[in-house]
Design a protein around this ligand. Structure first.
Ligand SMILES: Cc1cc2nc3c(=O)[nH]c(=O)nc-3n(C[C@H](O)[C@H](O)[C@H](O)COP(=O)(O)OP(=O)(O)OC[C@H]3O[C@@H](n4cnc5c(N)ncnc54)[C@H](O)[C@@H]3O)c2cc1C
Length: 206
């Protein structure tokens, strides 16, 4: 694969962050994941993913992608206790009071294959695989504070703060991905910033 940049930073080391790091590891010299939680060494619930106590199911398209990125991961999940639900007659799809499959079989029953797995188990196995990637580093107990803008308002780094001592530093990056999820506290936006002069000219032209 062609390397397109030296450094990528991914904010948040949950499912989206871990998978993003896996993809970017093919294209960047180094990838740093920044996570505010202390990541458990064992398979355990953690504060940053409150929904982790709920049962999670992984449907076929997601499972296919995971297996492609981490070959053999589903054998590991099944060995660790996950269940596979591959018999469509065991379930139905309903919206409100309307059962969608009332009058016939599913068109593509194979597509309904699902893995029933605890969220901490799934995340722990994926995290283990990502940790094993030679060019990926996970920085934990570290808050993403804000993006750092360079010339032309381009994001050139991320300011992070160590949770243990409050020490702040900047992590330079050619690419920054925000995967901090919906529960992330408000902070300076990663959204593209419009400069004052462009905003003014846009105002004048309308
Ligand atoms: C009750 C419930 C049941 C669900 N069941 C399923 C299911 O069966 N199947 C399914 O596929 N999905 C399910 N989901 C959805 C799934 O859990 C979410 O889509 C998924 O967790 C989103 O992943 P994410 O990585 O985008 O964000 P999150 O999992 O929210 O992770 C965000 C990460 O960013 C970190 N973070 C936040 N702010 C900062 C910061 N400032 N600095 C550093 N790190 C930070 C957090 O600690 C966390 O690790 C369910 C959701 C809920 C609520």
């Amino acid at each position: 694969m062609a390397i397109v940049g030296d450094r990528a930073v991914v904010c948040g080391a949950s499912m989206a962050g871990l998978l993003t790091a896996r993809v970017l590891s093919d294209f960047y010299g180094s990838v740093t994941l920044v996570e505010r939680d202390a990541l458990p060494a064992a398979i355990a619930q953690r504060r940053g993913v409150p929904q982790g106590r709920h049962l999670h199911q992984l449907l076929r398209p997601g499972a296919t992608v995971l297996e492609e990125f981490f070959p053999g991961v589903f054998d590991e999940l099944l060995t660790a206790g996950a269940n596979v639900i591959d018999d469509p007659s065991l379930g139905y799809v309903g919206v409100g009071h309307h059962v969608l499959t009332q009058n016939g079989p599913f068109a593509n029953p194979g597509e309904l294959l699902a893995y029933s797995v605890s969220r901490p188990l799934l995340e722990a196995l994926v995290r283990q695989r990502v940790r094993a990637l030679p060019n990926v580093t996970i920085t934990q107990e570290c808050d993403v504070v804000e993006p750092v803008l360079g010339p032309s308002n381009r994001v050139t780094a991320v300011r992070v703060a160590d949770r243990r001592d409050g020490h702040e530093r900047e992590l330079p990056a050619d690419l920054v991905v925000d995967a901090t999820g919906r529960s992330a506290p408000p902070r300076r936006s990663f959204a593209p910033t419009v400069t004052t002069s462009r905003a003014n000219s846009a105002t004048r032209s309308t």
